[in-house]
Design a protein around this ligand. Structure first.
Ligand SMILES: [Zn+2]
Length: 128
């Protein structure tokens, strides 16, 4: 994929929210509740990482439309991160190729009349 089209995709990113939306399953502890018989309570939460800690934000009080928008923004964030990693991979590949090219094109200028082989031999003799 061309870098220009990758960058165009990144630039076209929509408003986003960091994290993932998931259902938190739990038991309330009441003996006669449905959850005690294998049907846990489910709470929709936004799970996100802030400075290395997981933060859970309960989404049950959000109106349906707002919840829909939050889920859309979370999807945008995940898409952005996938596209971003592709861009990073491309640039790393380019830099790696440029480093190889630089290594292959470098011409060392030595003392006049001294060949590369001679220099290596002299250096080896000095070390002995
Ligand atoms: Zn219960």
């Amino acid at each position: 994929m061309l870098i220009s089209s990758l960058l165009a995709d990144v630039i076209e990113s929509k408003p986003m929210t960091k994290g993932t939306v998931c259902d938190l399953k739990r038991k309330c502890g009441k003996k006669n509740c449905k959850c005690a018989h294998g049907e846990p309570h489910s709470t929709k939460v936004l799970s996100s990482n802030h400075h290395g800690r997981t933060r859970l934000l309960c989404l049950t009080k959000y109106p349906v439309l707002q919840l829909f928008n939050i889920e859309k923004q979370v999807k945008s964030y995940q898409q952005f991160r996938r596209r971003r990693s592709k861009v990073v991979y491309c640039f790393k590949s380019i830099i790696s190729e440029m480093n190889k090219l630089e290594k292959n094109l470098l011409v060392e200028v030595t003392q006049k009349g001294e060949t590369d082989v001679k220099r290596k031999w002299k250096k080896g003799r000095r070390e002995n």
